[in-house]
Design a protein around this ligand. Structure first.
Ligand SMILES: C[S@@+](CC[C@H](N)C(=O)[O-])C[C@H]1O[C@@H](n2cnc3c(N)ncnc32)[C@H](O)[C@@H]1O
Length: 221
């Protein structure tokens, strides 16, 4: 069971009763996605390449995905987007989200279509955006040198500690190509130290509203 609420920038988020946490910052879901994933991850990579493969850990509401699609159209990027979701939201829940209203009519159409797409298949949603949604846990999958960008957007270490420990952070490192980048809203010291231990170069960047810092981790060439 989940509850939809409005965050401080007017965009919706969801509170998960199972995990006792919300999907986004209460200070602004859209602003958080823009800062952590679009600006620090996608745009960082887009400075050197227009063809970008993205792995998202935690599809959830689809906000990161639709804002990535919007960016792809605006900057003529070619995105190959793979997103994993262990516990999909229901159609009733996603139908209530106000991202279409906030991002405009064109994005609303894509957002609805994106949620209707079947799982485990690649779909060319627009000329700029290929997407595959996988209804699986990250733990189950082995990707090797496949992605330019990882949006690490699972629930926080307090809710899902195992996802933030060395074995799975090592799997994320292995999933990236050389020069690939992982971004996360999390700036905990122990997580940054473990990211370094598995081989990443770490940067602490200013976080979205309500968070002093976030983390960008780069897999060096
Ligand atoms: C913080 S929410 C963010 C979701 C999404 N990026 C969004 O903008 O709505 C975390 C998401 O990760 C999913 N998740 C949790 N554990 C996972 C796992 N082991 N593998 C894949 N997804 C997972 C949750 O079900 C939830 O949808």
């Amino acid at each position: 069971m989940s509850l939809i609420f409005t965050t401080e920038d007017g965009s919706h988020s969801i509170f998960s009763k199972e995990y006792g946490v919300s999907y986004h910052s209460k200070h602004g879901a859209k602003t958080e996605t823009q800062t952590v994933f679009i600006d620090a991850g996608l745009k960082f990579k887009a400075a050197t390449s227009k063809n970008i493969s993205v792995l998202e850990i935690g599809f959830g509401t689809g906000l990161n995905a639709i804002m990535t699609l919007q960016e792809a159209i605006s900057y003529n990027l070619s995105i190959d987007y793979t997103t994993l979701e262990a516990y999909p939201l229901t159609d009733e829940e996603t139908a209530e989200l106000n991202y279409g209203q906030i991002l405009g009519a064109e994005m609303e159409t894509h957002f609805i279509k994106m949620h209707q797409l079947p799982w485990e298949q690649k779909h060319q949603l627009t000329d700029n955006f290929l997407i595959e949604k996988q209804k699986r846990r990250f733990e189950e999958i082995d990707f090797k040198n496949q992605f330019d960008v990882i949006y690490f957007d699972a629930f926080a270490p307090t809710s899902q500690p195992e996802l933030w420990e060395e074995p799975l952070l090592q799997k994320m490192y292995d999933a990236l190509k050389a020069g690939g980048v992982l971004t996360t809203y999390c700036a905990k010291g122990v997580v940054k130290r473990t990211l370094k231990k598995v081989g990443f170069e770490i940067e602490a960047l200013p976080g979205p509203p309500g968070k002093r810092e976030m983390t960008r981790a780069v897999k060096l060439q």
